[in-house]
Each structure stands twice: as C-alpha cells, then as structure tokens.
Design a protein around this ligand. Structure first.
Ligand SMILES: C[S@@+](CC[C@H](N)C(=O)[O-])C[C@H]1O[C@@H](n2cnc3c(N)ncnc32)[C@H](O)[C@@H]1O
Length: 219
C-alpha cells in the first residue's frame, strides 16, 4: 500500500472517531496540559497554535484564559466539534482543517505551539515535515510543547509494521489508525533544527518536550 493511501486511511480513522461518540467531548484538559498552559502564561505568549487539536480541550482551555488560539486538525469532524464548543462558550477560536505536515497557513507565525499526542500518529517522515512546519511558523524565540507517547504493548495481531516501525492498525477498535513509538534519540533528531529546552520522561513513559526556535538562524 502506498504511503499516501495509508495517510488517507489514518485521516478516515480520525474522521470516524470524531463523528462518533467514542471521544468524550468537552472533557477538561489533563493536569499536565494545565501545567503547559501555566507555563505559556509565564512565557507571556499571546498567539498559540493547537496543532492536532482533536475536539479542542486544549484550545478551549487556552482561549478561556485569554490566549488568541488557532486550532488545526486533519479531521474536519474534530474541527466541527471545536467550532461548536467554542460557540457554546462564546469564545473566538480560528480553525483550519489540515494535516500538520502540510499546513496551509504556514505563512502565519505564532508565539507558541502545542502539539499534544499527535506526532505519535504519523510515520517518521511526516513527523519530520511537521517539525519543519513548527520551526517555520514559530516566531524567533517562540516555544513549542510536544508530547510523545510511551511504548504501548498491544495485540500484535491488530497491526502491521511499516518500514519505519509505524504501526498500521488493520483490525480492532484502532483499525486504520497509525501509531509509532519515538525513541528519545529519534525525538532529538526530529528537533535538530531547534533548541531543546527540556525532555522529560513521565512515570508512564510519555515524553514532554519543550523546544525553542533560535532567535537567529545564522548564529
Ligand atoms: C490523540 S488525539 C490528541 C488530540 C489533542 N491534541 C488533545 O490533546 O486532546 C490525536 C489528534 O491528532 C490528529 N491528527 C492525526 N494525524 C494528524 C495529522 N497528520 N495532522 C494533523 N492532525 C492529526 C487527530 O485527528 C487527533 O485529533
């Protein structure tokens, strides 16, 4: 199967997810995300991109504390949910349906970007393109929070492996979804164009990465 078809299949998975009721819409952001928001406030960020926003739990929480937020997701169903929720809360959130690796709005720039549990759902080559986009659209000195899942033990019969080790689920609840474990070394490779401020491993193996775009790329 061609990579382009595999990516389309992954998009269909997320569309179906958000069109159904599997996701608990309007669930509040986790404690971890609240800490991320606090840090963005301390950083005095103003304009934030929530990349791979899902139904919008981070976007809504960010807008509620006064950030100017843009929410982007590959799933149009996810974006419909964000818009509806924002309307109900009387919040203004700009939205866009786009793959993170092919961001249409890459001419805009942001003080900060949140990309929570998103890169795990793409092969290495797409994650590399996404990181380049993140680098391009951050303002010089801008920061980004990116999280990576820990290694998940799963029923091996439910997926096949792509050449780069990405799992392509072919049965079960995750059928159509892509998931990849990124080693710390691979995370550092993805972040080679930016400064890594922090790479923290949580007790469940998830990694929290804070990066900063260099002020001067010629330095
Ligand atoms: C595990 S959910 C996380 C959602 C959200 N960041 C949060 O913390 O609630 C993964 C999200 O990534 C989105 N996604 C997957 N592949 C993507 C891609 N190539 N570009 C943009 N979004 C993508 C999915 O549609 C889904 O909303």
């Amino acid at each position: 199967m061609k990579l382009s078809d595999i990516l389309k299949e992954n998009k269909r998975f997320w569309e179906k997810c958000f069109a159904g009721s599997d996701f608990d819409s309007k669930s509040p952001p986790s404690k971890n995300i609240l800490e991320v928001i606090k840090r963005l406030q301390e950083y005095h960020a103003h304009k934030i991109l929530d990349l791979g926003c899902g139904f919008g739990r981070c976007s809504i929480a960010l807008a509620q504390v006064g950030f100017q937020v843009k929410a982007v997701d590959i799933s149009s169903e996810a974006i419909k949910r964000v818009k509806k929720w924002a309307n109900e809360e009387d919040l203004s959130i700009e939205t866009e349906v786009s793959s993170a690796s092919e961001l249409v709005s890459s001419s805009e720039s942001f003080d900060a970007i949140i990309c929570n549990s998103v890169l795990d759902h793409m092969p290495f080559i797409e994650a590399s393109k996404t990181m380049l986009n993140i680098e391009n659209i951050l303002k010089p000195g801008g920061i980004a929070y990116i999280s990576f899942d820990g290694l998940e033990e799963e029923n091996e019969k439910e997926f096949v492996l792509l050449d780069d080790g990405t799992r392509r689920y072919i049965s079960g609840k995750r059928k159509g979804m892509l998931w990849r474990f990124y080693s710390d070394k691979e995370i550092k490779t993805l972040c080679k164009g930016v400064e890594i401020l922090e790479l923290t491993v949580r007790s469940n193996g998830e990694r929290d990465v804070w990066i900063r775009k260099k002020e001067n790329n010629f330095a």
